[in-house]
Design a protein around this ligand. Structure first.
Ligand SMILES: [Zn+2]
Length: 72
């Protein structure tokens, strides 16, 4: 399961190991063997890593580009 969250400033990205500053968004996702799996462990990823992994994408809504962590 994917959960879009807001960092309180003490969240570390599990991919690039950088600290995600408040109030940036990050994604909590359950993964097993590098794949999305509800039985796996929870990993946290910053936005650039989500984009790289295909967990996030930009969409345009009402003329504004917004970031979403979920499939349409
Ligand atoms: Zn990252």
């Amino acid at each position: 399961m994917r959960r879009g969250c807001i960092s309180l400033g003490e969240v570390q990205c599990d991919a690039c190991k950088s600290i995600i500053p408040y109030p940036d968004r990050y994604l909590a996702v359950d993964e097993k063997d590098g794949k999305e799996d509800d039985e796996g462990e929870t990993y946290r990823y910053c936005v650039p890593c989500c984009l790289k992994k295909g967990y996030a994408h930009h969409k345009v809504e009402k003329g504004e580009q917004i970031l979403t962590f979920f499939e349409e």
